[in-house]
Design a protein around this ligand. Structure first.
Ligand SMILES: *[C@@H]1O[C@H](CO)[C@@H](O)[C@H](O)[C@H]1NC(C)=O
Ligand SMILES: *[C@@H]1O[C@H](CO)[C@@H](O)[C@H](O)[C@H]1NC(C)=O
Ligand SMILES: *[C@@H]1O[C@H](CO)[C@@H](O)[C@H](O)[C@H]1NC(C)=O
Ligand SMILES: *[C@@H]1O[C@H](CO)[C@@H](O)[C@H](O)[C@H]1NC(C)=O
Ligand SMILES: *[C@@H]1O[C@H](CO)[C@@H](O)[C@H](O)[C@H]1NC(C)=O
Ligand SMILES: *[C@@H]1O[C@H](CO)[C@@H](O)[C@H](O)[C@H]1NC(C)=O
Ligand SMILES: *[C@@H]1O[C@H](CO)[C@@H](O)[C@H](O)[C@H]1NC(C)=O
Ligand SMILES: *[C@@H]1O[C@H](CO)[C@@H](O)[C@H](O)[C@H]1NC(C)=O
Ligand SMILES: *[C@@H]1O[C@H](CO)[C@@H](O)[C@H](O)[C@H]1NC(C)=O
Ligand SMILES: *[C@@H]1O[C@H](CO)[C@@H](O)[C@H](O)[C@H]1NC(C)=O
Ligand SMILES: *[C@@H]1O[C@H](CO)[C@@H](O)[C@H](O)[C@H]1NC(C)=O
Length: 604
């Protein structure tokens, strides 16, 4: 090879290298950064002209930024979270694999594949329908970045057709650690499912994430009115589809059991209640991504054989839609596919009518006449499911209602308006239309929570775990865009750092927000109105802490009786101390009086 040719080939190689490194859509320069919380108290009219409401685009931008703050592994030069460091870079060493990357699950430093893949699936599903929202707010590149950070890790976690890593990190070690990202405890073991110890639900859920996102990268949409978001990439879509197909085969073609049977460790945080719903959902998304009427027919068969409709249409037995429970999502997605891609449905079991089931579900849920009822403040609340992280079932129901109304119903029908109003009411509640006048998203507004349960944001030293609520006095970093668990059934919220039930953030809690914000922006009518929190003017309300204490699985001091959690014990210790002092004092006073009385009587 002559010298000029060699130079040219080196140049080409360098350019190719550049292309692989910067494969995804170019990130905006300067980058989008969350404004401080005072921004949320300014009416949009004061913010200057913009093609899209700056409050809605900020909401979407912050909700995506939250995921960047949750990143694990070595951070790229484009990292926007100035206070984050490289962390857990050796994950996978115990199994001689690179399992670095991905996202920390919640307020902790564990990586859990099951809820992480549910979150990715949920976001890709929403972006297929409301991609214009990401486009109009210049957030598509961040969506791409957020998805790839999760999907590229999921690819690493699936190193061979019948192996999927479902957890990295030791939950006991991690629960005992409360500090920054530089001191994360080791060892961090990697836990897998495989052909001898399968996990049907986890394999099917990961498959569904790969399929849903493959379909998004293949420019698929879910209704006539939606346009593909501009991150289409045929080669990436095809890589994701391969993993989706392999995982679907793994789930359907090995012994079927819940994944905590194989990996008991995941049961502490994310035990699955069954795998039939994941199988049906994985089949539907695979049908969409792979244009496969076989997968569609299999989904209909598993829906029918497992009686999943009972969890959807039986008033009073209807289930929530979340990381564990997916039957209502199967019905809504099935309705969307049978309308948008009727050719997929030709060979399917004709007893299954997902449109009808989804309509029944939405009627039950949106009128609060089933198991889920509205709190006095208006939050859809399911006794049991909503007792931890109450906002999540409501936000996921709002997402399903929005999907169903916009892709299935006619805008002139009564049900269309009814469902969109229901969805908007739930979102408004989260954005501040609630008895606490609190937008439950960190850093959005001066009245947002300031004590999310997040080790990464707290700025505490590990020894501060005993004083989690008071040290440091103020959380060091603002975890912009993270929605917290939410209030109790009486609409009360304490903003107490130790209260992981109310105050924790998590990958799956944020996922529905992305879809609801993208929809609000994509819907040009909604986008002309400010989000609810702008009505809470700065200074015109007070941050009110409810009287007493919470009564939940984290802080039981408000329960009146029973056993106490760590903080409960501290608080009770103080109360017991004060009471003892009073008792001792009264006793001393009584003895003093008695002494005087006796002395007096003696003297008489
Ligand atoms: C598509 O994605 C692949 C895999 O990440 C990447 O190598 C390629 O550069 C991307 N293509 C475009 C046009 O972005
Ligand atoms: C927050 O941002 C506003 C402008 O939007 C600025 O005036 C104010 O000083 C900032 N506050 C803090 C604490 O950074
Ligand atoms: C999006 O980018 C365009 C072009 O740079 C700009 O005019 C517009 O104001 C941006 N919109 C938002 C919401 O950032
Ligand atoms: C990242 O490292 C810096 C410098 O050591 C430290 O101040 C900061 O708190 C770390 N961030 C986290 C999230 O622990
Ligand atoms: C298969 O998974 C089980 C459960 O996680 C594990 O104990 C076993 O070592 C795995 N098998 C192989 C060959 O890695
Ligand atoms: C997605 O659509 C865009 C714009 O129409 C097109 O340029 C791109 O090639 C498409 N990608 C795929 C994978 O179909
Ligand atoms: C299922 O497993 C059997 C034997 O283990 C194999 O022959 C068959 O090809 C597999 N089916 C699929 C769809 O992968
Ligand atoms: C899907 O498959 C059907 C028939 O099997 C075919 O007519 C259609 O063109 C395919 N669609 C795509 C997007 O490949
Ligand atoms: C399914 O139910 C919907 C609404 O209830 C109805 O309009 C539709 O005809 C049904 N589809 C089939 C294939 O029976
Ligand atoms: C609309 O909703 C009402 C009550 O929520 C329900 O009774 C009715 O069947 C729904 N309409 C259709 C066409 O499904
Ligand atoms: C936008 O939202 C309004 C109010 O909910 C609704 O009336 C309208 O039909 C929606 N439009 C679209 C395109 O979704």
């Amino acid at each position: 090879m002559s010298a000029p040719w060699r130079l040219l080939s080196i140049a080409v190689a360098v350019i190719q290298l550049g292309c692989t490194v910067y494969a995804q859509a170019a990130l905006p320069n300067p980058p989008y950064l969350p404004p401080n919380a005072s921004f949320g108290a300014q009416p949009v009219s004061s913010l200057g002209p913009s093609s899209v409401n700056l409050h809605w685009s900020t909401s979407l931008g912050n909700a995506l930024w939250f995921y960047e703050a949750q990143r694990s592994g070595n951070l790229p030069s484009t990292n926007r979270v100035s206070w984050r460091n490289n962390s857990a870079s050796n994950d996978g060493q115990d199994v001689s694999l690179d399992l670095s990357g991905g996202y920390y699950d919640a307020g902790d430093y564990i990586k859990y594949t099951y809820p992480m893949s549910f979150s990715l699936m949920s976001v890709c599903w929403g972006a297929m329908n409301f991609g214009q929202g990401y486009e109009a707010s210049n957030q598509t590149a961040y969506l791409d970045d957020m998805l790839r950070w999760g999907l590229d890790w999921l690819v690493k976690a699936h190193p061979s057709p019948n192996t999927l890593f479902v957890q990295v990190g030791d939950a006991d070690l991690d629960n005992a650690y409360w500090g920054g990202d530089e001191g994360i405890p080791t060892p961090r073991p990697s836990y897998q499912i495989n052909a001898t110890q399968p996990g049907t639900d986890a394999a099917a859920q990961a498959s569904a994430a790969f399929s849903a996102c493959s379909a998004l990268y293949a420019n698929r949409t879910l209704s006539a009115s939606s346009k593909a978001v501009s991150l289409g990439n045929a080669s990436y879509a095809s890589t994701l589809l391969t993993h989706a197909q392999q995982l679907y085969t793994f789930a359907t073609n090995t012994t079927q059991q819940t994944y905590q049977k194989a990996v008991p460790s995941v049961g502490q945080a994310y035990a699955s209640s069954g795998y039939e719903d994941e199988l049906a959902l994985a089949g539907l998304f695979l049908a969409l991504a792979g244009n496969s009427s076989d997968a569609y027919a299999q989904a209909a068969d598993s829906y029918s054989q497992s009686h999943l409709a009972d969890q959807v249409v039986k008033e009073g037995d209807e289930q929530v839609f979340n990381w564990d429970s997916k039957a209502p999502g199967v019905a809504v997605l099935g309705a969307q596919l049978s309308k948008a891609y009727p050719s997929l449905a030709t060979s399917a079991n004709s007893d299954v009518n997902w449109t009808q089931d989804a309509q029944s579900y939405m009627n039950i849920v949106s009128t609060g006449r089933g198991r889920g009822q509205l709190t006095d403040g208006g939050l859809l609340y399911y006794p049991g499911d909503s007792d931890e992280a109450s906002l999540n079932p409501a936000l996921n129901a709002a997402v399903l209602a929005t999907h169903f109304a916009t892709s299935i119903l006619s805008p002139s029908s009564l049900n269309y308006t009814q469902l969109l109003t229901f969805a908007q009411n739930q979102l408004d509640y989260v954005l501040g239309n609630n008895p606490m006048t609190m937008p439950y998203i960190v850093g959005m507004h001066p009245n947002s929570p300031v004590n999310p349960h997040s080790a990464i944001a707290t700025g505490a030293s590990p020894e501060d775990i005993a004083n989690i609520d008071t040290v440091p006095a103020q959380e060091q970093y603002v975890l912009y865009g993270g929605v917290v668990g939410g209030p109790d059934k009486n609409d009360q919220f304490w903003d107490l750092r130790s209260d992981w039930v109310q105050g924790e953030v998590a990958l799956d809690y944020n996922a529905p927000l992305l879809t609801l914000f993208a929809y609000a922006i994509a819907n040009q009518t909604l986008a002309t109105q400010d989000p609810w929190y702008t009505r809470l003017e700065a200074g015109s309300y007070q941050r009110v802490r409810p009287a007493g204490f919470p009564c939940d699985a984290a802080v039981e001091v408000g329960c009146g009786s029973g056993h106490f959690s760590r903080v409960g014990k501290i608080v009770m210790g103080v109360i017991v101390g004060v009471v003892s002092l009073v008792v001792v004092g009264l006793a001393a006073f009584w003895m003093f009086l008695e002494h005087r009385r006796r002395r007096g009587s003696k003297a008489q």
